[in-house]
Design a protein around this ligand. Structure first.
Ligand code: FAD
Ligand code: FO1
Length: 451
């Protein structure tokens, strides 16, 4: 079965050499259902050469802490085992890719480099600094999106409404069977090496004040177990329960999707295989496919995705107009981080994120919008919301997060609403609105005493 060429981009041409193929794994940290790995394997099979997978571990990754690194690294240790069973060596390098990969490529006479797609600035910078050091072909494969981000649209989409029809038209083509990775024939024992997981897990110079989240298991297997649990118990009530923070009504898949430990395409295909379309599957696939891929679109085509300047002109204007409005309450990052505001509902949401690494999706909107209301400027509000979300949320540092914060504080992908102090025409949410939707006391209780 030929692989859809629209998933693949040749970033840079190179000389035609004979040597192992290297897949530099970054965003899609899994073996099965990984189009970048599938593409690299095909190249290695065609050239009858070894296939190697490498991961470049960077210790100062965007406010990431022990909570995130250990979840990711334990998942990568499973990747190493799964690949070894397929005769594919997995190599853990330490440092920025532009400093680690050229040496490895030289030393092992690599003939082609394959990487996975990621819209974030940090990844594009790594590739920009790496490419000039390469003389071999350098490919990028979108293994994260069902419809490849750069194929579905070549510009910043205005809203879910505008990208939805483009995605839906292409789903039948891209929701296709995914080939299984089988053991690699052309392997070379010498290419295997012992990775220093002890150093990675315990000695990496990272912020270790934010501890691992209790009760959530990392890795490809745990991700599939979570999917199974979601399909069996939660999806049948998703539409009515997903916005009630007192309910366990969401999939809980975001940490696994963020680290690429499960493929969104696999999730979508499992939903379609087990359920006929109904309001629950439709609502879930809207989030999983349209909303998630809209985030990649926003972050790729709007490089100011994490700043006030990335908001639409109408939003910047209205927020500027109200920047000097009297704030009834004002909180510093410290006060927000320690959940010591006057609002018990907001404090509970903040604590849920700090303790459990995951704030309920509905509360995230309320949480971010209150930060706008209680900060001295929208720019500070955005900065603090991103910092807290990336520092404590297991699924943080993700295009969904930057887009979620920009939606809440800057009305990105949203429309203008009735004008009011501080918010201007940005959609407003308040405590009474929450009280009408769910039992606040029950959520406050649950948020800090989850089983
Ligand atoms: P489910 O409802 O089960 O959704 C399944 C998947 O669909 C999610 O894992 C996610 O990949 C996607 N999805 C769901 N809602 C959205 C959305 N609104 N935008 C984009 N994709 C969506 N999501 C993150 O993955 N990381 C973040 O750091 C993050 N920060 C957010 C910050 C704010 C202020 C807001 C308003 C939203 C944020 N979101 C973030 C989006 C959304 O809240 C989470 O994806 C969702 O709550 C994750 O839980 P779940 O997987 O159980 O959700
Ligand atoms: N990607 C890497 O290639 N190397 C890293 O060391 C690395 C660390 C890291 C820590 C926390 C985190 O949330 C993500 C991290 N990522 C790393 C990136 C991740 O793989 C995703 O690609 C992006 O964060 C999502 O786009």
């Amino acid at each position: 079965m030929a692989m859809n060429q629209n998933r693949i981009r040749l970033l840079q041409k190179g000389r035609d050499l004979k040597g192992p193929i290297l897949y530099w794994m970054s965003r899609d940290q899994r073996v099965q259902d990984n189009w970048a790995l599938i593409f690299a394997k095909r190249l290695a099979d065609a050239q009858r050469v070894p296939l190697i997978v490498v991961f470049s571990l960077v210790s100062d990754f965007q406010f990431a802490t022990e909570r995130h690194f250990n979840f990711m690294l334990k998942g990568l240790m499973q990747v190493e085992k799964n690949l070894a069973n397929l005769n594919i060596p997995y190599v853990l390098l330490f440092g920025e890719p532009q400093n680690t990969l050229p040496g490895y490529i030289e030393e092992h006479n690599i003939s082609v480099l394959v990487c996975d797609f990621d819209p974030l600035k940090i990844k594009r910078l790594w590739k920009k600094h790496l490419a000039p050091q390469l003389t071999i072909p350098f490919y990028e494969v979108d293994a994260h999106n069902i419809v490849p981000a750069l194929y579905v649209s070549q510009k910043t989409e205005f809203s879910a409404y505008t990208i939805r029809s483009k995605i839906n038209k292409l789903l039948p083509v891209f929701l296709e069977r995914i080939p299984i990775i089988i053991p690699h024939t052309f392997s070379d024992k010498k290419l295997f090496r012992k990775n220093d997981w002890d150093y990675a897990l315990n000695k990496l110079p990272i912020d270790r004040t934010v501890k691992e989240v209790p009760g959530i298991l990392p890795g490809e297997k745990a991700a599939h177990d979570q999917l199974e649990k979601f399909l069996t118990h939660t999806l049948p009530h998703y539409n009515e329960k997903r916005n009630d923070p007192c309910e366990d009504g969401q999939s809980g898949l975001s940490p696994y999707l963020h680290f690429g430990q499960i493929s969104a395409q696999r999730v979508a295909m499992e939903v379609q295989a087990h359920f006929s379309p109904d309001p629950n599957t439709e609502a879930f696939l809207e989030e999983l496919i349209v909303r998630r891929e809209l985030s990649d679109n926003f972050c790729y085509y709007n490089t100011k995705y994490d700043s006030f300047d990335g908001f639409h002109p109408w939003a910047q204007a209205t927020l500027r107009e109200h920047e000097k409005d009297e704030r009834e309450y004002m909180y510093s990052l410290k006060q927000l981080e320690s959940a010591s505001t006057h609002d018990p509902l907001w404090n509970a949401a903040q604590n849920e994120m700090v303790i459990y690494g995951k704030m309920h999706g509905y509360m995230r909107m309320y949480w971010a919008k209150k930060i706008l209301e209680w900060s001295e400027s929208p720019a500070t509000a955005l900065k603090n919301a991103i910092y807290l979300n990336d520092h404590y949320s297991l699924d943080g540092r993700d295009p969904n997060g930057y887009t979620g914060c920009a939606w809440s504080i800057g009305g990105v992908h949203d429309r203008a609403w009735t004008e009011r102090p501080v918010f201007g025409k940005i959609r407003y949410m308040n405590y009474n609105g929450c009280a009408r939707k769910f039992n606040i006391a029950k959520y406050i209780e649950k948020a800090v005493t989850q089983t």
